[in-house]
Ligand binder design. Structure first.
Ligand code: ADP
Ligand code: TRP
Length: 339
């Protein structure tokens, strides 16, 4: 009889269902592709952080549930396999909330106030005209809830982009503090740097982001992709076809290199030599993107057309997550003498 193999290390990651929930090429290249690679080596939990989206969007709660389904469809369309990786919605696993409450008792307010994203979000809420009262206790506690998301699975590591580094640091500090006070329950979650994860430029040259309106979505149809690419920023000094381009300054060239690594070179050389116009570049990029996106687009459409199947996947993911989370909560209650 072969001996039982060592249990696989546990990884957890998630995204917020912002806006319509649809994910873009930045989310795909910066996060999802790495998760897909990792699901074969690790026990993976990939969730949709619907409670987190309440920290800034509590006026539009009716949009959150449909947005979660869009995120789930994109996770699966990008290659996450529900048979390998538990895909679920945060609010379906109440253990996140119980652990959040317990951790909130040992998390110093000063730690939370120092998190850079809190300062940014506070300003954003105030710019939106909400005044001081729009900044809630829940927004301040965002990293504490995020810590509960991670610790409730006693996850060894969390694959996230650099923008989440400060959140992970505070998660480790909270884990350490808990362990010191009540005994060693939690591993300190490590950041998994997502190897080769590209920062994808948006159509206007800034980082691609939902909040900048510069994104190409997995949900975009072929015509929408072509239209968006048509309006993308190119080399500002290239007015005529014969003007030389600077591919490093051209969003269209950047995206071409990312999505056509074997074939982009000739188009870059012609661009630099002033032998190709932006129109041709854009037309070809739209074709390249549509070829890459088509299988994901049809998979997400299939999933969204069968809501019962998608619910089944999410319920199944939540059950697996709950089993792991409730084990942790038993240890936590025991460690804290809560009976
Ligand atoms: P957005 O900026 O659109 O609101 P999020 O902040 O919700 O995106 O990001 C979710 C995940 O996608 C994070 O892990 C983040 O690092 C990654 N991500 C977002 N935009 C990009 C981008 N342009 N390039 C690479 N990764 C990105
Ligand atoms: N804050 C993350 C984001 O904005 C989402 C998130 C919530 C998360 N809880 C998490 C990511 C736990 C990793 C682990 O994308």
């Amino acid at each position: 009889m072969p001996e039982n193999p060592a249990p696989r290390k546990r990884l957890l990651s998630g995204m917020q269902p912002t806006g319509t929930g649809a994910l873009h090429l930045g989310n795909l290249e910066g996060a999802l592709r790495s998760w897909v690679r990792l699901q074969d080596q690790y026990e993976m939990f990939c969730f949709i952080a619907d409670w987190h989206s309440l920290t800034t969007r509590y006026e539009e709660t009716e949009k959150i549930a449909p947005a979660c389904r869009e995120v789930a469809a994109d996770y699966i369309a990008a290659g996450l396999d529900p048979s390998k990786c538990a895909i679920f919605i945060q609010s379906h696993v109440k253990e996140h909330a119980e652990l959040h409450l317990l951790l909130s008792m040992i998390t110093p307010v000063g730690w939370l106030e120092r998190v850079p994203t809190y300062k940014e979000k506070r300003e954003l809420m105030q710019e939106r005209g909400g005044g001081d009262e729009s900044v809630s206790y829940g927004l301040l506690g965002y990293p504490c809830l995020q810590t509960a998301d991670i610790l409730v699975y006693r996850a060894h590591a969390v694959p996230v982009g650099k923008d989440q580094a400060a959140h992970l640091e505070i998660s480790r500090e909270i884990a350490r503090r808990f362990n010191r006070l009540f005994g060693n329950v939690f591993p300190e979650p490590q950041t998994v740097l997502m190897e080769g994860a590209a920062v994808v430029p948006g159509l206007d040259g800034r980082k691609m982001s939902k909040s900048y309106g510069n994104a190409i979505y997995l949900a975009d149809g072929p015509d929408a992709v072509a239209d968006k690419v048509k309006n993308a920023f190119t080399t500002p000094t290239k007015i005529r076809k014969t003007d030389p381009g600077i591919p490093e300054h051209c969003v269209v060239c950047q995206l071409r290199r990312l999505y056509d690594p074997d074939g982009y070179k000739a188009s870059w050389d012609e661009d630099i030599a002033g032998e190709r116009g932006c129109m041709q570049n854009k037309k070809e990029l739209a074709e390249v993107l549509n070829t890459v996106l088509e299988p994901m687009r049809s998979r997400r459409q299939e999933l969204l057309a069968d809501p019962a199947e998608l619910e089944r996947i999410l319920q199944n993911g939540a059950e697996r997550a709950r089993a792991a989370a409730s084990d942790t909560l038993s240890l936590v209650r025991e460690a804290m003498h809560l009976r």
